[in-house]
Design a protein. Structure first.
Length: 437
């Protein structure tokens, strides 16, 4: 029987999800770029593959926002908001911890979640996936060609050979694929989604993944170049890599479906080394007041203390609103962390705007990287980079590293290029961007 579709609340957005199976482990499946969880069960190969997962796991599947049965949106979100949707589904399904199975474009989302929430990720499986969008459509011309198909023929199923060439001459499957396109997302939504996808680059993030990871890829995958899988396996510490022959992209069809399913089951049901939660991926925010010494001297101790109290209150209000975590105050500044880079950027902008009427201006800098958890404090190179980025900012300016800019692709945030900079005590040159607001 088809599982019941329910809705998880992620902010103001409703995310459609289903839960099925009663195995001893939790497993969350992050789908391809479009999906419709109610349509899965009408395709025999797909439903058979899902039921195999359910034979040893309690499985949650969902439609990402803007697709399938989830809320339709005027603007599709970036990866960090989609990561919130995955977490909302886990919470609604009562899964404090789960293994993640990311297929294709669901892979970067799952990888980002695993790096950010290692305590909630038991293991990570990436199939037919990538760190950079160029593994999918390597040139602007290739992207334009696919966008042309969406505009002119989306819903016809004519894209089937570019995903599953084994079924290219099967009219029944092509008819089903056309329905899958139509019910997965509208042409406008798919176009917006692909433009967001074209900016995906988590290459700076994959080395921070610390959970047990399995990467599987078919050598001649017609959708995602095998180099995408090889890159993930090479750069995720300790990842196991399995490369199999075949051209079809979906793992539920093709010549080695059972071999793929066997590998996933063996990996997920075998013994797992507990994940040490002393290092996590986080977005670090530093702020400080411009010209604080001169301002304090001009105001006197009492008025300066009152001003600082108002400044602190404004920052803490915004940290609560944007789900930031205060680490410590640094006299006239703050160090905070966020589990989503877009929220961190928006929080910094809101703080800069809110404190200006107090007669002060702040500078702010953000970087996303692996942080060491040291009691209630954080440390590591990512913290040093965040501090150095902030030191480059002018009054009321919010600067970010290129890592932050890459991760918020599709969020609607805009940036101006500030060029490559040397950061004191940090090796190499770092590309810096200013938030435009």
């Amino acid at each position: 029987m088809q599982p019941v579709t329910r809705y998880a609340k992620s902010g103001d957005v409703h995310i459609a999800y289903q839960v099925f199976g009663d195995g001893p482990i939790n497993l969350v499946f992050a789908p391809l770029f479009v999906s419709n969880i109610e349509l899965y069960w009408g395709q025999p190969d797909w439903s058979r593959w899902l039921l195999r997962l359910a034979s040893y796991a309690r499985v949650a599947i969902f439609d990402k926002r803007g697709t399938g049965m989830s809320d339709k949106l005027s603007e599709l979100p970036g990866l960090d908001q989609r990561m919130d949707d995955l977490r909302a589904v886990m919470d609604a399904a009562g899964m404090q911890q789960a293994a993640l199975l990311g297929i294709s474009e669901g892979g970067p989302l799952s990888a980002l979640f695993a790096a950010t929430y290692p305590d909630r990720c038991r293991a990570l499986v990436l199939y037919g996936s990538f760190a950079q969008f160029s593994s999918w459509l390597p040139t602007e011309e290739a992207l334009a060609q696919f966008l042309g198909y969406i505009d002119q023929a989306w819903g016809s199923g004519a894209s089937l050979p570019f995903f599953a060439p084994s079924f290219a001459n099967d009219p029944v499957t092509q008819e089903w694929w056309g329905r899958f396109e139509r019910l997965g997302a509208s042409p406008a939504a798919v176009t917006a989604l692909m433009r967001m996808n074209s900016q995906i680059d988590i290459s700076n993030i994959v080395p921070t993944i610390r959970v047990p990871t399995l990467v599987i890829h078919r050598t001649e995958d017609v959708t995602i170049n095998v180099e995408g899988g090889r890159y993930l396996a090479k750069h995720i510490p300790g990842a196991r890599y399995i490369e199999l022959p075949g051209q079809d992209h979906p793992p539920w069809i093709g010549e080695n479906v059972e071999e793929i399913s066997d590998a996933i089951e063996e990996f997920l049901t075998g013994s797992r080394t507990p994940v040490p939660v002393d290092r996590v991926l986080a977005t670090v925010l530093f702020t400080d007041i411009i010209g604080s010494t001169q301002k304090a001297a001009a105001l006197g101790d009492r008025r300066w203390r009152d001003l600082l109290n108002n400044h602190h209150a404004a920052i803490r209000r915004n940290l609560v609103h944007f789900r930031g975590h205060e680490i410590k105050t640094t006299g006239d500044g703050f160090l905070a962390t966020f589990d989503g880079p877009a929220r961190g950027v928006r929080c910094a902008c809101a703080i800069a705007d809110e404190v200006r009427p107090l007669g002060i201006e702040i500078r702010a800098g953000l970087h996303t990287g692996e942080c060491e958890m040291i009691g209630d404090d954080v440390g590591g190179i990512a913290v040093h980079i965040g501090a150095r980025v902030a030191a480059l900012a002018d009054a009321s300016e919010v600067l970010v590293s290129s890592t932050v800019k890459d991760l918020v692709a599709g969020s609607g945030l805009r940036f101006g290029d500030r060029g490559s900079k040397s950061l004191k005590g940090v090796p190499g040159e770092w590309h810096i961007f200013a938030v435009e607001r």
